[in-house]
Design a protein around this ligand. Structure first.
Ligand SMILES: [Zn+2]
Ligand SMILES: [Zn+2]
Length: 424
């Protein structure tokens, strides 16, 4: 029988690697809390309809990448391909009766898309994101973008290494106008595009830019559409840019940022990183002012972003001073079975009271083998229970860093003080 392996596009995050994840997650929790965001955890499975309605029927995500299945009750279920739709659903279910006020959520968790696995792209991938619900003020757009930048700085990323790209899709009417302009400029070259692009041309012309066919990408590269924002949306976008300038956030305007999801309106943005190239964003976000209304709620403007953790890892690899300490602090070794009970008593006491990581390795009988194990595990201290010392109510206390070994009274409190450095 063959050995079972993790599914293609999924992977184990092992000790030694998990520390970087914890470092990223903790940095996110720290900085997002400072900005008034609170964590929300929504289910990994939802009704497939939720994503079809929010992300859009003719997006790649829904058409090709979403994991869908019928459960035992014949319901159409999907593994969540992104975070925003679930949070909007949770918001409507839990807070919609309340008077409108701003809600700030952040989330950390796995998402699922059946894409071709490649560097920084997994079928189970992980995102960290925020959603700010209940405001259409331009300063909120700037605040959310500022937070994304602050998060990267929290991870010790240098501003020189990443780039904030900004665009505005405008309101619903503006989007219709922009799409019309794109349709006009694409019409003459439509016949040279792939079949899928030609189908999408009528349904949602913006989706042509998500086409994974490199021929199409090349042809569409030079396609431009004049800005078609109304006065209010132009003003909104100008204010966002002004705030960002005032707050010393560097950004560039990129009309190609049109995001592969249907629900975006007004401000959209991406952050790219030197180490991943211009095509792969480590962060993407934007406004979705109509989504909550479209999902059955009151008109509630909102904005958010998501970072891909796998992509972040590629960006920060090897750089920040994250804690990679796999070492055990303390080992207790004993010369024979008669001393094991004494050792366990001391072990339980030290685990409970010192908060140091402690262990024994009595799978090996000999003191030598136990010492070798302690060395391999990188223990800082080893406490040796020997027959000789035991008779005199003593233990040997060895500092592995200095190699210094001394006799100490076999007394839990004394040993605790010793490892805490309170006794020289
Ligand atoms: Zn507008
Ligand atoms: Zn195409």
């Amino acid at each position: 029988m063959g050995m079972l392996k993790a599914l293609r596009g999924t992977k184990d995050i092992l000790p030694g690697e998990i520390e970087i994840w914890q470092y990223i997650e903790q940095s996110a929790r720290d900085i997002f809390s400072i900005y008034g965001y609170r964590e929300i955890r929504t289910p990994i499975v939802e009704e497939a309809e939720l994503f079809k309605r929010s992300i859009g029927e003719c997006t790649d995500i829904v058409q090709k990448e979403m994991y869908m299945f019928k459960d035992r009750g014949e319901r159409n279920i999907a593994l969540r391909p992104e975070g925003t739709a679930s949070i909007v659903r949770a918001y409507l279910e839990n807070y919609s009766g309340q008077s409108p006020h701003i809600k700030k959520f952040f989330y950390i968790g796995p998402m699922f898309r059946a894409e071709r696995p490649q560097k920084g792209r997994q079928r189970q991938f992980h995102q960290i994101g925020v959603e700010l619900i209940g405001s259409d003020e331009p300063f909120r757009d700037a605040e959310v973008i500022y937070l994304a930048v602050e998060f990267l700085k929290e991870l010790h990323e240098d501003e020189k290494d990443f780039c904030v790209k900004l665009n505005s899709l405008g309101c619903e009417n503006d989007k219709v106008a922009i799409m019309q302009k794109y349709r006009e400029s694409i019409k003459p070259i439509l016949s040279s595009l792939c079949e899928e692009c030609r189908t999408r041309y009528d349904k949602n012309v913006l989706r042509l830019f998500d086409c994974k066919n490199s021929e199409c990408n090349k042809i569409l590269e030079d396609v431009k559409a004049e800005n078609a924002l109304c006065a209010a949306c132009t003003n909104h976008f100008e204010l966002v840019k002004e705030y960002l300038n005032d707050w010393k956030v560097k950004f560039i305007i990129d009309p190609k940022i049109i995001r592969g999801l249907d629900y975006y309106t007004k401000t959209v943005f991406e952050i790219t990183h030197r180490k991943l190239g211009a095509q792969d964003a480590i962060c993407a976000g934007g406004r979705y002012n109509n989504l909550i209304k479209d999902m059955g709620g009151n008109h509630t403007p909102a904005i958010g972003f998501a970072f891909g953790i796998e992509r972040l890892l590629l960006a920060i690899e090897g750089e920040p001073p994250y804690h990679m300490d796999e070492k055990l602090d303390l080992f207790i070794v004993a010369t024979g079975e008669t001393l094991y009970n004494e050792a366990f008593k001391l072990l339980n006491f030290l685990r409970r009271n010192s908060r140091y990581s402690c262990d024994v390795f009595f799978e090996e009988d000999s003191l030598k083998a136990q010492m070798r194990k302690a060395q391999r595990e990188g223990a800082k201290f080893v406490i040796i229970l020997g027959d000789e010392e035991s008779k005199r109510k003593k233990v040997l206390f060895k500092n592995m860093d200095t190699g210094k070994q001394e006799e100490v009274e076999h007394n839990e409190e004394v040993i605790l003080k010793k490892i805490q450095g309170k006794i020289k």
